[in-house]
Ligand binder design. Structure first.
Ligand SMILES: C[S@@+](CC[C@H](N)C(=O)[O-])C[C@H]1O[C@@H](n2cnc3c(N)ncnc32)[C@H](O)[C@@H]1O
Length: 269
């Protein structure tokens, strides 16, 4: 069993690009169960090898650079669009932990809210026996790279019958008409830079998730406590440093309240 020990030490990580101070609890992190998980989800290629192959040709800071220039075309600085990425091993360990809590069922679905160049979806697809992994990204330039990552992933898995399907959608994840992610078994949001409007809109959408679905987020808990039980809080590696990652489980049946999408307020310069 993957045990995390919270030592109640506050840490602050400041990143020039993230423009945010990230607070978290220091946790002992055990990635051992990820290795066991790989044995369970045997694939012809090692998960890390496929992941590395998909992203090998690009500079590691490609997403950050593309995001920076895309955001410069908006009227006001858009904090919720600030870029940062998962680290493959840490994220795989987090998903592994979701499985120990009973999430990520075989044939299940995974969504990434704000998918950037697509790393969380590729990591989920190469490591776990899901039916689909879908990422939603607002910035066209990042979406375009993720579609190329999808193409490379599909090329690598051409001969694998039960490979997880990947798709990337260009749109606003707070607008369910762009992509309805509320049928997700596991939903991930690298939410460190989400502002209040975004947290409110995502919370309203998340109420539509089924009872028993999982939501994984970073830095701040924001989903309604009445509907989501927090199962763990671990300090994990991200591209900008360390962030606290929360695993939460929906404990109430789905319900619908109105959602106000955030992107109509984002004005081009
Ligand atoms: C911190 S990055 C995370 C990238 C990726 N999920 C990862 O963890 O590697 C957040 C991403 O969310 C995107 N984003 C923010 N708000 C969005 C929205 N409402 N709809 C779609 N994408 C959004 C940003 O453009 C950015 O690429």
């Amino acid at each position: 069993m993957n045990q995390s020990v919270v030592r109640n030490v506050e840490v602050a990580v400041v990143d020039e690009e993230l423009e945010a101070t990230v607070f978290g609890c220091l946790c002992a992190y055990d990635v051992g169960s990820w290795k066991e998980e790989q044995a369970v989800c045997a694939r012809p290629h090692d998960a890390a090898t496929v992941y590395d192959e998909v992203y090998r040709a690009w500079p590691s800071d490609l997403g950050k650079q593309l995001s920076k220039s895309a955001r410069a075309t908006f009227k006001t600085p858009l904090l919720p669009l600030v870029y940062g990425e998962i680290d493959f091993s840490s994220f795989s360990a987090t998903l592994s932990k979701v499985r120990t809590f009973g999430g990520l069922p075989v044939g299940g679905s995974f969504y990434d809210l704000g998918s950037g160049v697509g790393r969380p979806c590729v990591a989920a697809a190469v490591g776990f026996p899901l039916s689909k992994a879908v990422g939603i990204e607002y910035l066209v330039e990042l979406h375009r790279v993720s579609k190329e990552a999808q193409r490379r992933y599909e090329e690598f898995n051409a001969s694998v019958d039960d490979a997880t399907s990947i798709d990337f959608v260009r749109g606003d994840f707070t607008n369910l008409a762009d992509c309805d992610w509320t049928d997700g078994d596991v939903v991930f949001a690298n939410s460190t830079c989400f502002d209040t409007a975004m947290r409110v809109a995502v919370s309203a959408c998340a109420l539509r998730l089924r009872k028993g679905a999982f939501f994984v987020s970073s830095t701040r808990l924001f989903l309604p406590e009445h509907d989501f039980q927090t199962l763990s809080a671990d300090l994990v590696s991200m591209s900008w440093g360390q962030a606290t990652v929360f695993i939460q489980k929906k404990i109430t049946p789905p319900r619908q309240i109105p959602v106000t999408p955030v992107s109509p307020t984002w004005r081009p310069a």
